[in-house]
Design a protein around this ligand. Structure first.
Ligand code: IMP
Ligand code: MG
Length: 181
């Protein structure tokens, strides 16, 4: 990326401001505090997209918690999920003694998270739930619902706050619509 003008032109409009994100993060922290007080919890995020949201959510949580990261890629033939999630980096923790809370950036077709959830459930955590910052329900291919979705958005490609386009824009502090032009 060598043309700053081109770079900025792709940021079409702000969809969710920093302030709105901060409000949502607070709600996620409150939910975790209320549900898991006195319990062993592991916040899990799937890299790279969720790293910013994870950093904020874990600091909105006031009870003791651990964090873990994994990297997952899903492979599909047509639209049929073969449970073909490939873990390119796995959690280092054994999750059997944890309440697992997946902290995700966005649920689009639902494929990645559906596979990851099935995989983690098979490892028998005490419980497992999913908190997502963004949800694009109109794009769903696999029937998947988060336990908490902070913002439901229309079918726009979005960037910022961890979300990328060609690896750029993850560092924007807000969520913006990407201009395809
Ligand atoms: P899914 O498996 O289709 O639900 O896709 C999940 C992944 O696709 C997310 O974790 C993102 O990395 C990526 N993704 C989906 N929609 C967007 C978007 O609007 N902007 C940036 N990345 C996206
Ligand atoms: Mg992601």
């Amino acid at each position: 990326m060598n043309n700053l003008n081109e770079y900025n032109k792709k940021i079409k409009r702000v969809l969710i401001t920093e302030e709105e994100i901060a409000e949502g993060v607070k709600l996620a922290g409150k939910r975790i505090d209320a549900l898991y007080d006195g319990r062993p919890i592991l916040l899990v995020s799937i890299l790279k997209g969720a790293f910013v949201f994870m950093a904020d959510v874990c600091r909105a949580v006031t009870i003791p918690c651990e964090v873990g990261f994994m990297c997952a890629k899903s492979y599909y033939s047509g639209t049929v999920s073969a449970g073909a999630v490939k873990i390119t980096m796995d959690l280092e923790q054994d999750i059997t003694n944890y309440h697992v809370v997946i902290i995700e950036d966005i649920i689009d077709t639902g494929r990645t998270l559906n596979d990851v959830v099935n995989l983690l459930r098979a490892r028998n955590p005490i419980s497992l739930e999913v908190i997502t910052l963004l949800d694009k329900p109109s794009r769903r291919v696999v029937d998947f619902k988060a336990d908490m979705a902070l913002f439901t958005i229309p079918d726009h490609f979005v960037i910022g706050y961890g979300l990328d386009c060609g690896e750029y824009y993850r560092n924007l502090p807000y969520i913006a619509e990407y201009s395809e032009e």
